[in-house]
Design a binder for this molecule. Structure first.
Ligand code: HEC
Length: 462
């Protein structure tokens, strides 16, 4: 079964669960209607919980079987009623998303009714097919790319971001419909990315495959120039993100023949010397897609300045669409420990502003959402990221409220960007040229900012 059909099954059984629980509502007070695990609860767990709650994943317990779930019935009730689970930070008032992880009221009711009753197992014949996880992967891989050697990791102190080249030398052009990155050492891998290095790129030209290069080393740094920068972000890992599906809109990611892969690793020292060897699984399609699915880092506030002690510092970033036929498909904000909330506004070529995404921020959960429908971004659209930061003592995660904070890779620095995925014409050779830094992105480091006032000033001079 392909991953896509697994997802589809999930959607169908999910809908079934909604109907089942509506039936319960209709017959409330009728003692003969019982919500059972097999018929009503398991479909909800398959669709909403098992990506994280299965062996080897980040959920603290497995929610695959009745035996596994039964002891957690009351805890599940509490977690879903408080909306602590599944983790979701998106404000439902803005935009429509395919998977914002929020449970429907009907699904919550199913879980709560079951927990409040005697949490019965029900009839075995009502049980849906188990969701198939192949060897832990979120789909059946066509290719697995593994780091060629163990990366040694120090016991303590800071580990700068590391880049690791894997000479894949793709034998032909490939359209990738799904990617899944898995850490070799779950404790030590904080998050990671797999980037495509197309043939002819000078990025990490002299690197020895498998060796970890410190990205703070200027000769190896991920340069921002197009010649140096990897072409596309092929996959991401952070806890709970799961496999990424690029096929939602008859779309796929393109990897040109001769490409290599660069793993970009953020490791954390875990108190003892250890090693990591992470892997990337890919699923291909032979059918040329209607759209190329292209990802970048979105608007980035390299010029951010957050004063010491600031409680609610606004920081604004900007990226413009400079070509026709670009659609937005996916949104995943990124900040560090001082982040509070994040919003995406679009300013149309005629100057109208509209918020299309809003969420609160929790550093532990770096989740993204697929748009329900791809959103056309006419040439000249300005994509604005608006974030707030708490650099005061009131933020219990704040590493140092006395410090002025600038852009940087470590957790005690900050970032303000948003991974975005776009649907573009598959014939376009270099989609990075469809975008340009404009407006506030071009401002020098201010103190503090850049802010919405600075954005308004750039609009006024247009
Ligand atoms: C994106 C990953 C993810 C998804 C999806 C997810 N969980 Fe969790 N869950 C976790 C992690 C990680 C923890 C432990 C850390 C925490 O409590 O935040 C957790 C903890 C829990 C706990 C213990 C809560 C506590 O207070 O100790 C319950 C119960 C739970 N999850 C139920 C669910 C249910 C039910 C669903 C689906 C409706 C679900 N989870 C979906 C990752 C996930």
């Amino acid at each position: 079964m392909s991953w896509k059909s697994v997802v589809l099954v999930g959607v169908l059984v999910g809908a079934g669960a909604t109907i089942a629980s509506m039936r319960v509502t209709a017959q409330e007070g009728n003692a003969t209607t019982v919500v059972t695990f097999n018929r009503d609860v398991l479909p909800v767990l398959q669709k909403n919980c098992q990506t994280c709650h299965r062996p080897g994943e980040i959920g603290p317990m497995s929610l695959l079987s009745y035996q596994g779930v039964r002891p957690w019935a009351k805890a599940i009730k509490t977690a879903v009623l408080s909306r602590k689970m599944p983790p979701s930070f998106v404000d439902p008032a803005y935009g429509h998303f395919r998977d914002d992880r929020r449970l429907s009221d009907a699904d919550i009711k199913t879980l709560v009714t079951w927990a409040d009753g005697s949490a019965p197992e029900g009839d075995a014949k009502d049980k849906p097919e188990p969701v198939k996880f192949v060897d832990g992967w979120g789909f059946e891989p066509d290719m697995i790319i593994e780091m060629p050697m163990d990366v040694p990791l120090q016991a303590t102190g800071t580990i700068n971001y590391q880049n690791i080249l894997v000479k894949v030398n793709f034998p032909e052009d490939r359209w990738v419909v799904a990617a899944d990155l898995r850490p070799g050492n779950r404790e030590a891998v904080h998050h990671m990315r797999a980037n495509v290095r197309p043939p002819g790129s000078t990025f990490m030209k002299n690197a020895v495959p498998g060796v970890a290069y410190d990205t703070a080393d200027p000769t190896m740094r991920a340069g921002r120039g197009p010649a140096e920068e990897p072409a596309d972000l092929l996959g991401k890992y952070n806890p709970g993100l799961g496999a990424q599906d690029f096929s939602l809109y008859e779309s796929a990611k393109f990897v040109p023949k001769g490409s290599d892969i660069i793993f970009n690793m953020h490791y954390t020292a875990i108190g003892k010397e250890t090693t990591d060897r992470s892997r990337l699984a890919l699923k291909f399609t032979k059918v040329p897609p209607k759209f190329r699915y292209f990802s970048n880092s979105g608007p980035q506030a390299f010029n951010l300045v957050i004063p010491a002690g600031a409680r609610n510092q606004e920081i604004v970033s900007e990226l413009s669409v400079v070509a026709d036929n670009v659609q937005l498909a996916y949104i995943q904000p990124h900040m560090h420990l001082r982040g509070k909330d994040y919003e995406i506004r679009l300013i149309s070529p005629s100057g109208e502003s509209k918020t299309i995404f809003k969420s609160t921020w929790d550093f532990n959960w770096q989740l993204g959402v697929d748009l329900e429908e791809p959103l056309p971004l006419p040439k000249g659209t300005r994509i604005i990221g608006v974030a707030h930061y708490d650099n005061s003592t009131e933020n219990r995660y704040n590493p140092d409220p006395t410090k002025v904070v600038f852009w940087g890779p470590q957790n005690w620095d900050e970032m303000q960007n948003c991974f975005l995925s776009f649907l573009v014409d598959p014939k376009i050779k270099d989609p990075s040229k469809l975008f340009a830094e404009t407006g506030v992105a071009k401002l020098p480091k201010g103190a503090p900012g850049p802010t919405l006032d600075a954005l308004r000033a750039t609009l006024a001079t247009n």
